[in-house]
Design a protein. Structure first.
Length: 533
């Protein structure tokens, strides 16, 4: 239980108020080190300056000093009469640490305080989105926007609520003003704004299905790492009638091809875009392009956005196709049977059937949408819906969804639950170095090279004797690859402790309901997957 909190703090002397205002301005304009020094000085003078403590916690999160932020929060919550602002900051820290139940409790406690500000509602928005509770998330974001529409965090979260023209204007205004975002976030916003600018006068690239297929089975191909071992699942994909063998990757999003493949297929360039993933070389240069036609098995789509890497190939493959491109279907990756099964999602009791699409662009399907119906002051809004668990899916595992990444609660050597992503594109089960050092002996591995979309990993480690427990399965790993995943955790906004990779997933039939954040892992001991170590 939290101690009794005061509705507001005692008034501060004028000098303290001026120092707080100066520190806040430094934080808002991205001068994090100077802001942290100011907040530190204020806390040294008065540990009960909860505004300075909460703001310093948020600065430490941006700086990726998560443990420091957590200790600041623990010390603050041990003091009497703390505030909603401190509770909200603690919720943000708990969310970043992957402690979702604790984060929800902190946010909800903050909301119960008079005039809690927008932060607790924003926190609940991102938490409920990760839980596929999209209507609850929208309601929280709407409350945050009603409270403080000019707050930078509220503005960023509200961009996707706006029609494209208004979104571009809002993003341009935001980027032209001082803001606290890091370089990666700022680059993404600039690139998205340029994409909107380049396509503003065009119809949305909706990647519509033109073949009347509701259910289909497509053979999976073996993509070889060596002459005797399989690297992953492949799909035969046609871009503008040019055929490619692409890696089916649940750890990737959309379709990504190399420059050579894009040129051969005659893809039409839209605008520059950065491409990133595993690796220590940072985001790689690339661009977005349009494919007039995409064909996968019996499915044929028109007017689809594709990402193109400026490199000649994508990790040695023709390209990657994220399983999330099929998220309007129930996705069944049958590794032992070497088939991809796509079928209709379970119909909600109050839903009409919706048209299938291939999701290849960055548009979010989980937010309220302006339908364009009505007059200037009477715009109809298509509200999102919460997760629906069909009766036949009651036993499925509920996962946390962060964009295309599906995070499965996983116990490692009987520790508390951690998040592991489902990644058919990963050559091995992988654990973060920070998680590995808590549960096993870790040693540097000089003989192994790991590459991803962001180039080569500088240091690779091994963790010995790691047992993974997820859903109803348990697997022992004598030596598990360990990598620094702090960059991926920063990108997701929560702690990523590892990947469930191809050698494990290839033994299973993995069914995914992206819409509702549900996954089912099936194992038939009578079947033997084709993976060869």
């Amino acid at each position: 239980m939290f101690p009794q909190m005061a509705a507001s703090q005692d008034a501060k002397p004028a000098g303290t108020a001026d120092s707080l205002a100066a520190a806040d301005k430094l934080y808002r304009t991205g001068n994090l080190d100077e802001a942290a020094q100011r907040y530190d000085s204020l806390l040294a003078a008065d540990p009960r300056n909860f505004h300075a403590r909460a703001q310093l916690m948020e600065v430490r999160l941006v700086q990726q000093r998560v443990d420091d932020a957590y200790e600041l929060g623990r010390a603050g919550l041990a003091l009497p009469a703390h505030t909603a602002e401190l509770l909200t900051a603690m919720g943000d820290v708990q969310f970043r640490r992957g402690e979702m139940a604790d984060a929800e409790a902190s946010y909800q406690h903050a909301v119960r305080v008079n005039a809690p500000g927008p932060g607790a509602h924003l926190g609940l928005n991102k938490l409920y989105r990760a839980c596929s509770m999209y209507r609850l998330a929208y309601d929280q974001l709407k409350m945050a926007h009603d409270i403080a529409p000019q707050d930078p965090e509220v503005q960023r979260a509200w961009f996707n609520m706006l029609p494209r023209k208004e979104r571009l204007q809002a993003m341009d205004e935001y980027l032209a003003s001082p803001h606290p975002d890091d370089a990666d976030s700022t680059r993404w916003m600039k690139e998205h704004a340029e994409y909107l600018r380049a396509t503003m006068d065009q119809p949305a690239h909706s990647c519509r299905l033109v073949s009347k297929v509701e259910k289909t089975d497509t053979p999976l191909l073996e993509l070889l790492r060596t002459t005797t071992s399989v690297r992953g699942y492949g799909l035969q994909v046609k871009l503008n009638d040019r055929g490619y063998r692409m890696l089916l990757d649940t750890g990737a999003s959309g379709i990504t091809v190399g420059r050579k493949e894009a040129e051969r297929a005659g893809l039409e360039k839209i605008t520059q875009a950065s491409i990133g993933g595993i690796g220590d070389e940072g985001p790689q240069s690339g661009y977005t392009a349009v494919a007039r036609h995409i064909r996968i098995g019996e499915l044929e789509f028109e007017d689809c956005v594709v990402e193109v890497s400026d490199r000649r190939s994508v990790n040695g493959e023709d390209g990657l196709i994220g399983a999330d491109v099929f998220d309007s279907y129930l996705v069944d990756i049958d590794g032992p049977g070497m088939m991809l099964h796509l079928s209709p999602l379970p119909k909600r009791p109050d839903d009409a059937a919706s048209a299938a699409t291939l999701k290849t662009d960055s548009e979010n399907p989980d937010v309220a949408r302006d339908t364009g119906i009505g007059g200037k002051n009477d715009t109809a809004i298509l509200l999102p819906k919460d997760r629906y668990v069909a009766p036949e899916m009651a036993s499925w595992t509920r996962v946390f969804r962060f964009g295309h990444q599906l995070l499965v609660p996983t116990r490692v050597n009987d520790t508390q639950s951690m998040f592991f992503a489902i990644d058919t594109g990963s050559f091995a089960n992988t654990i973060s170095t920070s998680a590995a050092r808590k549960v096993a002996k870790v040693r540097e591995q000089d003989m192994m090279t790991v590459r991803g979309l962001s180039g080569e990993v500088n240091k690779v480690y091994e963790a010995n004797k790691v047992t993974l427990q997820f859903s109803s399965f348990k697997q022992q790993n004598l030596d598990m690859v360990a990598l620094d995943l702090s960059g991926m955790s920063r990108h997701l906004g929560t702690e990523l402790s590892g990947y469930l990779g191809f050698p494990l997933l290839n033994l299973l039939e993995v069914k995914i309901d992206y819409r509702d954040g549900l996954v089912d892992f099936g194992f038939d001991p009578k079947k033997v997957a084709p993976y060869m170590p």
